[in-house]
Design a protein around this ligand. Structure first.
Ligand code: G
Ligand code: MN
Length: 393
């Protein structure tokens, strides 16, 4: 059996441990599972190998003389931003394990290592790496948009916009079932200069009111979800700043009764590794029953962080990847592989911004089923019915 990441070549794994016997055992288990395995006896040797070759995953002991696993992890990131590093801990060291995740480890394994668990983790890491690499390629397909536009009287304009805000809902459909899978809630305002969420949040960020805007949205959604068909999920965007607010989970209270029907979307457009409380917030949200999605995948930051830290239930492919997906071979390849990998990782995939029957058919042919976009319905007052006719509305 061979574990492949691309055409032909088996996935490459590096094992780092100062104990020769452990290196040999791990190598044998992984090789019998079809991986190509190199070993290193310490951090310095490992770094030399990483600098000169590329690996799909690295398994490393945490406590080693000279350079420990965490220090090595930091050094590795200078050569390779994406490669998943799984740290191996001796004693049940929750503290170290959490630290490892904070430093960007893809996961950790406890000794003694069970072969099945090792193989499964290797397989998972290799797929995560492939997905991270695809994301980086997706980013290269398009340039990034500019960020700022300065204006005065932000306070007043934000107040006015908030008084005139409403929530638009856009259906996400299951194409094979021809039914509504859920709705994404989208902020709108009748204040013309701040009509879109991007502009409104840009101003809110400047005057530190992001938390209040989010709260107002959630209150409105909590009210409107009572009228939503119980079979439909509700997708709600979360601002990255919210994730760093110690009061955030408490402020989600109005939505707690519906947590099991709510998928919180975390955008890739922000750098999640700067969110210090990400880990705690995510854990608390999950404990309440919320599910999580990575939004705008393929449009934001490259790298593994968002996927590894969030391990989302749902991945939403950015509309820039979906546009003309059937006609641009490079996009087609990326999207097809993303859909396949997400399925293997147990993540649901939503294709965003589907505008034409051609895009829809291309995605469906690639194995995608959950679709959102103007082809089915524009965002509108609660709750617009999608159109399933061949050409769309
Ligand atoms: O970043 P996020 O994915 O949450 O934003 C969704 C945005 O995409 C909404 O503002 C929505 O109006 C817009 N949108 C939804 N469907 C389509 C579509 O088919 N085409 C385009 N161009 N935009 C869309
Ligand atoms: Mn979204």
């Amino acid at each position: 059996m061979t574990v492949e990441t691309g055409p032909g070549a088996p996935a490459r794994i590096l094992v780092v441990d100062d104990d020769e016997a452990i290196r040999r055992i791990l190598k044998r288990i992984l090789e019998s599972a079809g991986f190509s395995v190199d070993v290193a006896g310490d951090g310095a040797e490992a770094l030399g190998l990483v600098a000169s070759g590329s690996y799909d995953a690295i398994f490393s002991d945490i406590s080693m003389p000279a350079m420990d696993g965490l220090a090595m992890l930091r050094a590795i990131r200078r050569y390779d931003l994406d490669v998943p590093v799984v740290l191996i801990t001796g004693a049940p060291a929750m503290q170290t394990a959490m630290l490892a995740i904070e430093y960007g480890a893809a996961g950790y394994l406890e000794k003694p290592i069970e072969p099945a668990k090792l193989r499964e983790t290797a397989q998972h890491s290799v797929r995560m790496h492939a997905l991270a690499k695809l994301k980086r390629r997706a980013l290269e397909l398009h340039g990034k948009e500019g960020l700022y536009g300065d204006r005065a009287s932000a306070e007043t304009r934000l107040e006015r916009a908030m008084e005139r805000m409403w929530i638009a809902y856009q259906p996400i459909v299951s194409w094979k079932d021809r039914r509504v899978f859920g709705y994404e809630a989208l902020l709108r305002s009748d204040e013309p200069s701040l009509a879109t969420p991007i502009e409104l949040f840009r101003v809110a960020e400047r005057i530190d009111r992001v938390g209040d805007v989010g709260h107002a949205i959630r209150l409105r959604v909590a009210d409107e979800i009572t009228r939503l068909d119980p079979g439909a999920l509700l997708f709600l965007n979360i601002h990255p700043k919210d994730l760093d607010d110690p009061k955030f989970v408490e402020r989600m209270r109005p939505l707690l009764p519906w947590a099991a029907r709510i998928v919180l979307e975390i955008t890739e457009r922000a750098a999640l590794d700067e969110v210090k409380l990400l880990h705690d917030t995510i854990r608390a949200l999950r404990a309440h029953g919320f599910r999580l999605a990575i939004d705008d995948l393929g449009a934001g930051y490259a790298g593994l962080t968002s996927l590894a830290m969030v391990e989302p239930e749902v991945v939403k492919l950015d509309l820039s990847l979906i546009r003309d997906v059937g006609d641009v071979p490079m996009k087609g390849q990326i999207v097809r592989s993303m859909i396949g990998l997400c399925a293997e990782l147990g993540m649901m995939v939503v294709a965003e911004g589907v505008e034409t029957a051609g895009e829809r058919d291309a995605i469906v042919e690639m194995g995608g089923d959950l679709l959102q976009g103007f082809l089915f319905a524009k965002p509108g007052r609660p709750f617009p019915e999608p159109s399933f006719s061949p050409k769309g509305p």
